[in-house]
Design a binder for this molecule. Structure first.
Ligand code: BG6
Ligand code: MG
Length: 219
């Protein structure tokens, strides 16, 4: 019996995945590294420093910067990202998300956020949905990021539920891997190819219907 939903944020509740891409792209351009949308798929769900490492690897610049310099580069990206998210309003909830959250609350299903983003709480406030969530996993407390299951296991624990009583929703391959490894029913939003490991996949958030998800997860 499903009693909780654990959501990723970027690319699931709102399209901040695009803002992450734009901010990384700006930094990559400055460093002379070519980053495109296809490569960006591999950055989804990955922590800020891990993303920077992957970008530097793409440009064969892994050994070019000290840890201190890398922290500066990551800060630079984050400052640009924070500028972009100043524009976020409740209108930026992805299609179907407001209805889904309302349906979940109407059924007393508990909600957790499992985002790798340290900007998550600010974005939830800006979207006007912070109060609907029972708990937020603090990414700063994690030993390992997605695809490790830790973040979704913590989400279930914070909801005081067992993994089998939860559904996890993700748009990143690393996120689906994390949900699956946690023993949670995974719902993926994205192309068939990217979401092939998901227990149930849809191509857009508009198709995330509570009854359809519960029918499959409760089987
Ligand atoms: C994830 C995003 O949710 O958060 C990644 O999918 C991002 O793209 C990561 O890098 C970390 O976000 P932040 O806001 O802490 O830099
Ligand atoms: Mg995401």
């Amino acid at each position: 019996m499903i009693k909780g939903f654990i959501f990723d944020l970027d690319g699931v509740l709102t399209d901040t995945a695009e803002y992450h891409y734009l901010a990384w792209k700006k930094l990559a351009d400055r460093l002379g590294i070519q980053l495109d949308r296809k490569m960006n798929e591999q950055l989804k769900g990955i922590s800020r420093m891990d993303s920077l490492d992957r970008i530097l690897a793409i440009g064969n610049q892994m050994d070019r910067y000290t840890l201190e310099e890398k922290e500066k580069l990551a800060d630079e990206k984050n400052e640009d990202y924070k500028e972009l998210i100043l524009e976020v309003t409740p209108n930026d909830l992805l299609p179907g998300i407001a209805n889904l959250l309302a349906d979940l609350r109407a059924k007393d299903i508990r909600l957790a956020l499992a985002s790798a983003s340290k900007n998550g709480p600010v974005i939830m406030e800006r979207l006007g949905i912070a109060d609907m969530f029972d708990t937020v996993v603090d990414p700063a407390t994690l030993a390992k990021g997605k695809p490790d299951p830790e973040i979704f296991i913590k989400g279930a624990q914070q909801l005081k539920l067992k993994p089998i009583e939860c559904v996890g929703v993700e748009d990143a391959q690393a996120g689906i891997e994390s949900i699956n490894a946690a023993g949670i029913f995974s719902v993926g939003v994205g192309t068939k190819e990217m979401m092939k490991e998901a227990d149930y996949a849809v191509t857009s958030t508009q198709e995330l219907k509570l009854e359809e998800i519960l029918k499959r997860a409760n089987q």
